[in-house]
Design a protein around this ligand. Structure first.
Ligand code: NAD
Ligand code: MG
Length: 384
């Protein structure tokens, strides 16, 4: 029996993780759940899964829950410190990190410091502080198991093969909702069309990132840091069917790919059950019906966020953190209807142009770069 805590249990990955867990009551027990402020859904999850510990990061929502929660069986933590306290609880065997954005960084570092095994869905923390995170995991001899479908695929295909035998990674991308939309039409794109991803149903932030292809840019950096692979060896490949979740090409020309139906519960289940595989009733690919697989080169002109991510991957230091922070601001401004879709890459580029990357940054440098980039992004938006 593995005792699992899910950080960000009220989000898309969190809810899917609970769906997986509910099928295997004799293998997994939910011991901790957290949300930023969605106490309505958290309350339902508490009733169903009876976790011993919960945390609400937002203070106001936390105090509102305290008024109605029966704390005899469930201990409630509140705020950022509360989240760190929950992560440190001895009885937790595995932490699923499904908080979106930079807010995942400190809880992730705390979890690793405590030697916890982490099933990592969040990509922004790795983009911000990949080398720090991976060093800490090595030092504490703990595992980071990828949940993001592409990273799970690469991890499974790489196996124990030494990096010297690797030629390329093909990081696949569905291409998002605007793969075939003309550049002119991108100027007047609405929020609802951005959020309607053709293949995946996800949280709002990652849906916007999928439409700009910044999601793939963030995954380029995620892949680099998670597996220690330079960006020149990572090729982004458009694959609209989203059945191949990525491929690894070795020096002898052999390519291994991981395929499964387009359903996040599959990589989530493997991240929970690893090193075992458990039989389930999730959808499978019908290859007789499928017949063909399609691929294309990404269009870097139409999706400039890809170039920005490769640039951050070359410059390294604090630049990936700056890319991520500026992107979080523009995505939230776009969702608030204060910024047009095509301005997204322009603002990020402006912030990156103004940044002098600090190499081998400490955590304090990363947090300072994150704060600086957010302020610069707001300035750049005002200047548009
Ligand atoms: P979401 O927006 O649906 O959910 C985010 C969760 O994090 C919620 O529970 C929310 O309450 C919590 N949260 C948000 N801000 C917080 C804060 N400041 N402090 C504490 N908790 C906070 O997001 P999602 O789509 O589930 O994605 C989560 C992460 O997983 C992201 O980093 C995303 O890139 C990654 N990911 C998601 C998918 C997917 O299919 N949704 C696939 C691959 C990777
Ligand atoms: Mg992905």
């Amino acid at each position: 029996m593995k005792r699992i805590a899910i950080l960000g249990s009220t989000g898309s990955i969190g809810v899917n993780t609970l769906k997986v867990i509910s099928h295997f009551p004799d293998r997994f027990r939910v011991i901790g759940l957290t949300t930023n402020s969605n106490i309505e859904l958290l309350s339902k999850q508490i009733k169903e899964f009876k976790p011993r510990f919960v945390c609400v990061s937002d203070n106001k929502a936390g105090f509102a829950l305290r008024k109605k929660l029966n704390t005899a069986n469930t201990k409630l933590f509140i705020g950022a410190q509360g989240l760190e306290a929950l992560v440190s609880i001895k009885d937790i065997d595995k932490i699923v990190l499904a908080i979106s954005g930079a807010a995942a960084l400190l809880p992730l570092l705390k979890a690793l410091e405590r030697g916890k095994e982490v099933a990592l869905a969040n990509k922004e923390a790795l983009v911000m502080a990949g080398p720090l995170i991976m060093d800490l995991a090595r030092k504490k001899k703990t595992k980071i198991i990828p949940v993001d479908s592409e990273q799970s695929a690469i991890w499974q295909c790489l196996g124990e093969e030494p990096r010297s035998r690797l030629k390329h990674i093909y990081l696949t991308a569905s291409g998002g909702p605007f793969r075939t939309v003309s550049p002119a039409a991108l100027k007047s794109i609405s929020i609802s069309t951005v959020l309607r991803h053709p293949k995946w149903k996800m949280g709002k932030k990652i849906s916007v990132d999928s439409a700009t292809l910044m999601n793939k840019g963030l995954e380029l950096l995620e892949t680099m840091f998670l597996f220690g692979i330079p960006s020149e060896k990572i090729k982004i490949l458009i694959h609209p069917q989203a059945l191949i979740h990525s491929m690894v090409e070795f020096i002898d020309g052999i390519v291994l790919a991981q395929l499964s139906s387009t359903d996040m519960r599959i990589p989530i289940q493997y991240a929970l059950s690893y090193p075992q595989r458990i039989s389930n009733s999730l959808p499978v690919i019908d290859f007789y019906k499928l017949q063909e697989l399609h691929f294309a080169k990404p269009d870097f002109k139409r999706f400039p966020c890809l170039n920005l991510a490769y640039r951050a991957a070359r410059e390294l230091g604090t630049m990936p953190c700056v890319l991520n922070a500026a992107n979080e601001v523009v995505v939230s401004e776009f969702l608030g209807k204060r910024l047009g879709f095509i301005s997204i890459p322009k603002v990020i580029e402006r912030v990156m142009d103004r940044h002098r990357s600090k190499l081998s940054p400490h955590l304090s440098d990363i947090l300072a770069a994150d704060k600086w980039a957010r302020e610069e992004a707001y300035k750049a938006i005002r200047a548009i």
